[in-house]
Design a binder for this molecule. Structure first.
Ligand SMILES: Cc1cc2nc3c(=O)[nH]c(=O)nc-3n(C[C@H](O)[C@H](O)[C@H](O)COP(=O)(O)OP(=O)(O)OC[C@H]3O[C@@H](n4cnc5c(N)ncnc54)[C@H](O)[C@@H]3O)c2cc1C
Length: 471
């Protein structure tokens, strides 16, 4: 395995958004980098989020202004420069339930949200809507569930795709990133961590990967990983379960995503191709970390809260999929998980070992930067500062106008309606490589059976260019 020979400056453990971001951060500083992920890239929490790149409106209520400002800054960077092909502005409706009082309170919150986003906003500012205007835009709302509403914008991302593109960008910058490699132990030289023992889950053999410094970016597995490294008081990460359900697009008639305040937090109803994603819950999880599962109570909670605003209530029969993720929360003691801060922590847990955990998908770049800043303190030479704010992800350069340009590609005419746009919104300028596959083998233009929004060529592309080992 290539990674076994890549003795380098930095070894990242974990191929979620944080680990892939750390690999990219280190590689763009000129360091030699390897990353190992025990399953597929983004197989952990980074494919099971609400898929929002957002400041986090609900954190305003807790006056986490620093966190919101930071996240809004990242949102802007992603939408405008780093990944405009994958991070897309989306309009949201916040229905108001209590007339003037709500309008003043929520309106002030959104004014602050827009202000924190900066003077040159990346997306439209909020707008107050009347009761009639809300029902025109969202005919599925129950007439008496709102007195009016406020429209604002945040952004959506395909979280799994984004993490894969991050890993690919890191590889493009020289990193060696390997999925299906499980870290099963740590190597020590004196009191220093000097690398890991890893198992190739495909071939079954074990090997060593040596590195000057190891970054533990394993999300909810952080504590386990630190114990494996022999850290006496490991960083405590508290897994909090979040459940989403998916229903067909036809079940809710709406121009906007919805954000519905709940007694604990908020509920999102998010457009996702020909479906809606509805979520999420926020409860402690004390069982195995690899396969969290939803209970009937979780799903009933989601249905009850969404049905509180819908004219035609959803039932269990409407649900076509359920997915569950675990938030890697830091501390919080006895507090409800919904109240625990979403800030991140970076800790030098032992000489040669840095752990990074907590945070949000939106702020992955800052987590990655802070982790590599801490890791390079262990190196015996000077290292450049982070460059990721100026490093667009693969596919970003040339993405604007790619749809127009690619209409004349010989394979474009073979695609189904909407598929060219779909490819450009996932691969940006690299959509041309997917089209080349279709041109060579026209049967790859067919929609993927069971997931017709996707093109068959994407499966071939994942195997050929994105380290997918099994389809
Ligand atoms: C329900 C839910 C909704 C969310 N919604 C949002 C949102 O809308 N916006 C937002 O900004 N944030 C959101 N978040 C938070 C965000 O998803 C997470 O903060 C982020 O994905 C964490 O990424 P990570 O890379 O730290 O962890 P992970 O993605 O879990 O990555 C850790 C990786 O380490 C790997 N690993 C573990 N052990 C080993 C080992 N021994 N060897 C090798 N690899 C190993 C795992 O397989 C995993 O892939 C949400 C979270 C949840 C749960």
């Amino acid at each position: 395995m290539q990674v076994a020979h890549a003795v380098g400056d930095v070894l990242v453990v974990g191929g979620g958004v944080t680990g892939c971001g750390a690999a990219l951060d280190a590689a763009t500083r000129g360091l030699s980098v390897a990353l190992v992920e025990k399953r597929d890239f983004a197989a952990g929490t980074s494919s099971r989020s609400s898929k929002l790149i957002h400041g986090g409106l609900r954190y305003l209520e807790r006056l986490d202004l620093g966190l919101v400002r930071e996240a809004l800054h990242e949102r802007r960077l992603l939408v405008e420069k780093l990944a405009p092909h994958m991070v897309h502005p989306t309009p949201f409706l916040l229905p108001l339930q209590h007339g003037l009082r709500d309008r003043l309170y929520m309106g002030s919150g959104l004014l602050l949200y827009d202000t924190l986003a900066g003077r040159r906003p990346a997306m439209p500012r909020h707008r107050h809507l009347s009761h009639a205007a809300c029902l025109r835009a969202v005919p599925s709302l129950r007439d008496d569930a709102l007195t009016g509403g406020i429209r604002y914008h945040d952004a959506q991302v395909d979280d799994a795709r984004f993490s894969v593109m991050l890993a690919r960008t890191a590889m493009d910058e020289g990193a060696v990133c390997a999925p299906a490699v499980d870290v099963v132990g740590f190597l020590h030289e004196g009191d220093r961590v000097a690398g890991v023992r890893a198992r190739d889950l495909e071939a079954g053999d074990e090997f060593e990967v040596r590195a000057r410094t190891v970054v533990n970016a394993t999300g909810v597995w952080t504590t386990h990983m630190e114990r494996l490294a022999g850290v006496e008081s490991p960083l405590v990460v508290r897994p909090s379960k979040g459940v989403h359900v998916v229903v067909p697009k036809a079940r809710i008639d709406s121009e906007y995503a919805l954000i519905v305040p709940t007694e604990k937090s908020v509920l999102f109803v998010l457009p996702w191709g020909d479906q809606w994603i509805i979520g999420t819950t926020d409860t402690d999880w004390q069982f195995g970390l690899d396969h969290p599962s939803a209970t009937r109570t979780d799903i009933q909670y989601l249905l009850d809260h969404v049905n509180a605003v819908l004219a035609d209530p959803l039932t269990f029969d409407d649900i076509i999929a359920v997915y569950v993720g675990l938030r890697p929360l830091l501390g919080g003691g006895e507090d409800e998980t919904a109240k625990v801060s979403r800030e991140h922590a970076v800790r030098r847990s032992a000489p040669g070992l840095v752990s990074v955990a907590g945070g949000k998908y939106t702020t992955y770049r800052l987590m990655a930067r802070d982790a590599i800043d801490a890791a390079v303190a262990d190196l015996a030479f000077t290292v450049d500062a982070t460059r990721t704010a100026d490093t667009p992800l693969l596919g970003a350069v040339g993405a604007a106008g790619a749809e127009e340009r690619l209409r004349s590609h010989p394979a474009a005419a073979l695609l189904g309606p909407g598929h060219l746009r779909h490819l450009v919104r996932r691969y940006g300028a690299l959509a041309t490589t997917v089209l080349d596959l279709v041109a060579a083998e026209p049967h790859l233009a067919a929609p993927l059976p069971g997931a017709e929004r996707y093109v068959s060529a994407e499966a071939a592309y994942a195997a050929l260019h994105e380290s997918a080992l099994h389809i």
